[in-house]
Design a protein around this ligand. Sequence first.
Ligand SMILES: [Zn+2]
Length: 190
Amino acid sequence: MSEAAFIAGDWGTSRLRLYLCDARGSVLARGEGEGASAPDCAGRFAAAVAPWDKAHGVLPAVLGGMVGSTIGWKEVPYLHCPAKPQAIAGAALRFDGQISTFDFRSAASPCYACVFPPDEAFQEVACSTMGVFSPTVGIIGAMQAAEALRVIGGFGGTLEGRLMMLDSLRMEWNTMRIARQADCPVCGSR
Ligand SMILES: [Zn+2]
């Protein structure tokens, strides 16, 4: 059996789907847990991957879905999962997509909470009820892949400090400048 290299997860509103993968991305084992809308997602994630932590050591985790959304995202910085210092955030719902890069190697980089404060009121939205224009996910996903290569390769700069928003109904892009907030509850003490 190939050696486990990372954990991939799709964290939907109602379910967490986990995959233990080897370095080539082949699935070695599957797991699952509750969705991102249930409380204590950090604890539930740690519990869900505990058997794999024990068997293989703590592995990097690559998570998609509702991770980083306002549902439960406050817990994410405390997850027991090593991550690269850069986080590339992308989202898509209905006809709206957005992407930015939060590069914590850079002192000036804002974090997700600088842009979307955790105490801001939000409406719980799920792709299963709101729907998503699927090409929007592909466009944002391809841009995330390009951004990841730019970050890893260190060429061409990054999207740090810029939030790009796609309206795929009118097929228009808007770019918003985003700045680090000194009173941010997540990175203010960084
Ligand atoms: Zn912040």
